[in-house]
Design a protein around this ligand. Structure first.
Ligand code: NCD
Length: 319
């Protein structure tokens, strides 16, 4: 058990039993109860952090940030999450590391481990890299996004943001629009949203949504308007220019006119339905600038929830 009792009223304190797995690689390894435990703990830690009284749950840990792809939100929020809970943080600048001298990923991470790092937060362009790392080294691995595969902490913060906006995800319809095929955010969200009782509609260029036709509980709409009709929330995604293959990809102008989220299209959703985007956004392509900055946008809330969700995930994984 983690000791947060000092600063939390006993009756309201969320369960702090650690997760059984040593690594957080994707959402599908968690049970619904473990997922909800993370959301509940994040709420508690968010409140404590705002009062500057977050417990030093990671005081014995050294967290290594190994980001082999660009990142703003994820990297900064993991760093703040770890330090808020009393951990030491070492940021491995990959471009200045021995990886550039030909050292393998496993050897580089093993070097971090030998210097005392106990938890490694890894972002990597290759799908599956964190699984390989988890098998190769002793430190705990947190997947901060691997290729097109998974981004579990983004799905957790999206679930928290949606749960707070909608009250519950049970029975809600969440529409995800865009480049699903190359989005690790979409894949982890499909696991999390269906686990929490929501149904998911997908819409986007056929080449980007077609591969999900057989995903359990997912509906694919041919027209954006059908996917948006009556939706409880809409999530749009960045086109993954760095991963999207040439075939079947529309031009930006075509994409914006058929799949871009505008205020008019948002009116098809349930009145007041919120809009989410994991960021970074290409305004004018996936979403209009006015909508992204407007009252229905939860994009800023998603970023803010990144810190407490990552606090909770790190605390539940810590040795
Ligand atoms: C996402 C990612 O890196 O997968 N960004 C993020 O973590 N907030 C989405 C993206 O880059 O499009």
């Amino acid at each position: 058990m983690l000791d947060i009792a000092d600063s939390a009223p006993a009756a309201a304190a969320p369960s702090t039993d650690r997760w059984p797995d040593r690594h957080l690689l994707d959402i599908d390894q968690l049970s619904r109860a473990q997922l909800e435990q993370c959301l509940d703990l994040a709420v508690e830690l968010r409140e404590q952090r705002s009062r500057r009284s977050a417990p030093r749950l990671l005081a014995d840990e050294i967290v290594g940030l190994a980001f082999c792809e660009p990142s703003t939100r994820t990297r900064v929020s993991f760093q703040l999450a770890a330090t808020s809970l009393g951990a030491e943080v070492v940021d491995l600048p990959i471009e200045a590391s021995s990886v550039t001298k030909g050292e393998s990923l496993a050897d580089t991470l093993r070097t971090l481990e030998r210097t005392g790092v106990t938890i490694i937060v890894l972002r990597h362009p290759m799908s599956g890299a964190p699984y390989h790392a988890a098998r190769s080294i002793g430190a705990r691995i947190v997947n901060a996004g691997d290729g097109t595969h998974a981004h579990p902490t983004q799905a957790l913060l999206d679930a928290l943001t949606l749960r707070e906006a909608l009250g519950t995800l049970e029975g809600k319809v969440i529409t995800i629009v865009g480049d699903i095929a190359h989005s690790r955010v979409a894949r982890s969200n499909l696991h999390a949203l269906s686990m929490l009782g929501a149904s998911v509609r997908l819409a986007g260029p056929p080449a980007w949504v077609g591969p999900f036709a057989s995903w359990p509980g997912v509906q694919i709409a041919d027209r954006l308007e059908d996917a948006m009709a009556g939706a409880d929330a809409v999530m749009t995604l960045r086109i993954q220019f760095e991963r999207a293959a040439a075939g079947g990809v529309p031009t930006l102008r075509e994409y914006a006119s058929r799949w871009g989220i505008t205020e008019e299209r948002m009116r098809l959703a349930r009145p007041g339905a919120p809009l989410l985007h994991p960021g970074p956004t290409n305004e004018g392509v996936e979403v209009t600038a006015a909508l992204a900055a407007g009252p229905r946008s939860l994009i800023g809330t998603q970023v803010s929830n990144g810190v407490p969700i990552r606090m909770a995930a790190l605390a539940l994984l810590a040795p």
